[in-house]
Every structure is written in C-alpha cells, then in structure tokens.
Design a protein around this ligand. Sequence first.
Ligand SMILES: [Zn+2]
Length: 562
Amino acid sequence: MTNRRWGILLILALASVTGHAQEKADLVLRGGKIVTVNPRQPQAEAIAILGSRIARVGSAREIEALIGPGTRVIELNGRLVVPGFIESHGHLLGLGQSRLILDLRGTKSAEEVAEQVARKVREVRPGEWIIGRGWDQNNWPTREFPTHEELDRVAPHNPVYLTRVDGHAAWVNRRALELAGITRETADPPGGRVIRDAQGRPTGVLIDRAMNLVARHIPPRRREENKQALLLAIEECLRAGITSFHDAGASREAIELYKELLREGKLPLRLYVMISGRDEALLREYWQRGPEIGLGDSQLTIRAIKLVADGALGSRGAALLEPYADEPGHTGLLLLSEEEISRIARQALAAGFQVNTHAIGDRANRVVLNAYERALREFPNVRDHRFRIEHAQILDEADIPRFARLGVIASMQAIHATSDMSWVPARIGEARAREGAYVWRKLLDSGARIANGSDAPVEPVNPLFGFYAAITRQDERGNPPGGWYPDQRMTREEALRSFTLDAAYAAFEEQLKGSLEPGKLADLVVLSRDIMTIPPSEILRTEVDITLVGGRIVYERSSTRP
Ligand SMILES: [Zn+2]
C-alpha cells in the first residue's frame, strides 16, 4: 500500500470519529450479515474497502456515507461474510501434484486401485513410473495392507508407487521393489519399516523412512511441472475461500517457485512458509539470513521450521507411550529425539524462527513439549515464540495443560478426527481414545489456542468440511448420532476463530488479518448460506460465492455473477 493510501485510511479513521467522512471506498459489500471475529464488534451489515485494506465495518447507514461515484457495490442479499479462511497446515505443492497423479482417495478396495493403475498403464510408456496417492486400507473391506501382487497383475513392466492417504506409507509393485533392490535381506532403515510376510519377504508396503528406499529412484518432477502444480493448488484454495495458506514443510525448490510466482504477479494466495527441516543446508542458510516477512504486499512470509517427530496413526507409525492395542509390543516410530528437536529449537530461537513439529502419538507429543520446554528455558527473553505442534492428535492427560502453560499452539485438523474415528479406538484402545484423542475442548478449556487446517492433500482443502467436523464430530452422513466423543466439540464461534484469527495468530499475523476490522487486510469470503446458524448438514452444501484477497476479487462462483 502506498503512503497516499495510508493517509486516506488515517483520514477515514479520523472521519469516522468526527463524523466527516469525505474519502469514498473502492468497494462496499452491504445488505448481508458480516461476522467479523472481532469481539469488540462481532456483527455488522456492511463493509467498506479502500485499496487492499478494510476502511470501515458497520451498519448500512454508516457505510452508505462511503459510497461515491467510483465505488463498486456488491449487494449481499442476506448472504454471510466472514474473514478469509486461513489454512494452518497444508502442503501446497503436494495438493497441486495430487491433481497431476492418480487420485486414489475414496477407493473402496485394493482391486479398485489396481483398476485405476491398469488404466494408467495403457496411457504410459513401458518402464515409466506410475505415481498415485490417497489409498486408505481402513476404508476397504479387509482393512489390511495390500500387497505388491495386486499391482503386479496389472503393471508387470511399469514401476508403481502409491502413497497412502496420510503420506506415511507407500504401496509399490514388484518392479519398483526390484529397481530399488529391496529383498528379504534388506534391513529396515532407522525410522522406517518394510512390511514383510511370514517368510520375511517384503510385501510391497513401506512405512515412513522406508518409503525413500523406492522414492529416491523416481525421476524428479521438472520445475515447470511443479510450477503448474502450484498454480492448480492456488486456484483450488481460492475457490474454497482460503485467502492464506500455511505451507507445512517447503523445499528449497518450492520456496524459489513461490518467490518466482510473487515476482510474476501470480500469487493471489498469501503464503506462510515452514521451511522443511530435512534440508540442513537450507536451514543453515536461513539461520544466517533470518526470517523473510511480508514479501510483496504481505503475500509471502518465511518464518517457521517444520520438523517431523513421528509417523501417522493409520500406518502405526505414530509414537505411543504404550503399545498399539492392535499390535502388541509395537509403539510406533520416533523420527527425531528430544535432543535433536531441542537443538534445532535453540537455533531457531536464536535466529528468530518459529518451530512447528509434527507429532501425532502421545509419546511424540510429550517428547516435543519436553524439547520445546528445554530450549525455551535457555531463551527467557523470547517471550513470543509461538512454537506449534502440528496435529497433536493423541495426548496424555498430563501433557494437555502444558500447551497453554508453555504457549505452544495446537495446530490441529478437525477433519482428521472424523476421518479416523471409525478405527482409532481399535488402534489405541477405547480409554486412550476417550481421554486423549483430538481433545479440542480440553485444550481450549486449558487456555490453549487451536489453529485449524486440512493437511491437504491428505484431506480435501475445503475449510467448510473442517468447520463441520469441528462442531459435530460426525461424518458427512451425520454418524455417529450425537457425535464421536461429542464433549470435545467446538462451538461454531470457536471453529470459525480456529480457521481465522487464531490461525493468523499462529503465524504472528493477528494484527494484519483473521478478523474484519478497519486497517486490516481486506481478505474475506461471501458464503451462500449462514454457517453460523443453519443445521450442520447444510454446512456441507454451502458454497463459496466470492473470495477477496487484499480487496481484489480473486474468485467468483459463476452462477453468482449477474
Ligand atoms: Zn502435513
């Protein structure tokens, strides 16, 4: 924003006090219900925008005074306006790439996956890799891991690599195992597991770090393909009403592409980037350089480090304090030690970065909290660290109050709870599930903040699905009746806040966005229905009509155009 614009804003602010409004707005939305997420003015009828910022929020009469000959007016006709949704944990490149590969989400059996692979085999050259993502054996009749044989039948000559929905397991065929040289003699790598049959032969499923035994043989995607993928993902986010996106683990190439898109004016979605902690050279560079905040017009911020402490529950990689209920003796995989996390956290604190660590099991969560606590004790002057735990799915009772006490943000994905609820009690036992699984209410009551998200492409990026899951703890058909451990539900206000103001807080951006108030960025969405009052089932049928970023319409549903 230029100085002149700031001056105008100042005049507007003064005028609103003195009653002499003279400068007119560029854009006004009126005649609807504006839910602001600003506790001082929770609701309004109209909103005026000047340049990229909100000039005023108020009654129809108050805003009328700001309408001049050059003002564009959007009639809301009773529709709802909320702050632009903030995706607190997604994988932008992964989301885009998932649009370029076999999409296996929602498949109902291993045979159905094999059919999709068979179709792909007919399109590609012999020997070319077939890549896919999204299978979930928990949705299949047997609920058991598949084997390479099912893929060998349809793809004898093409290596096949199919990532599980959570990204923590891969299902490959014999050709891929051969190319990677994986045999019964191959040892499990640290932090990984090669699933084997009774004779010790690899079955074709690789968990966590073992995935890389095969993945490293896949030719890398060309940069242009990745750029194309990012553009697809950005478009999908804007369509879903997302105006800011926290990218949970960006590579060097992704960061370069973000900067390139910004230079080319192709970044209408604001990005908050967590640097992948796997790239040590990249981390060293950023320790030297320090964070990059608000590049462009607050479009790109690189200020966080993403670490991964354990695997996922679906593939039994999440690190638990007590063994899995359905696999005695196995407690999952801890991928980073307390010492390692604490060491990186200290470097991050010294260099001005936030640390965001993936932790799903109760053991991983405890280890991360311990590591953060140790590092923070050495930096008593850093009061506003805003360290986060990503997922925080299974928590031991003793660790729940530590989030608020240490000021650690719980970055959770409400939709994971309803995707996982049918099999979680079997994995970890009824008692642990009741006491510590996706305990939003306990965390909120303890004073912790929850930032919500989808973990896309693990789940659909649509924040309305997460909003629905947060307030119902039911699947899309309304099961189970009453909700799964319904005492842990969020209220609608809390759920909205977790997707807006508290998500902004989780990126040090609550002064800039996350609520609709004068001076903040004009990032907002117009929804077809009032998600704050309609029956929950109708939330899933609600459309995003308009998405505004920085006062600019970046998406408009076609049937809403005049
Ligand atoms: Zn993730």
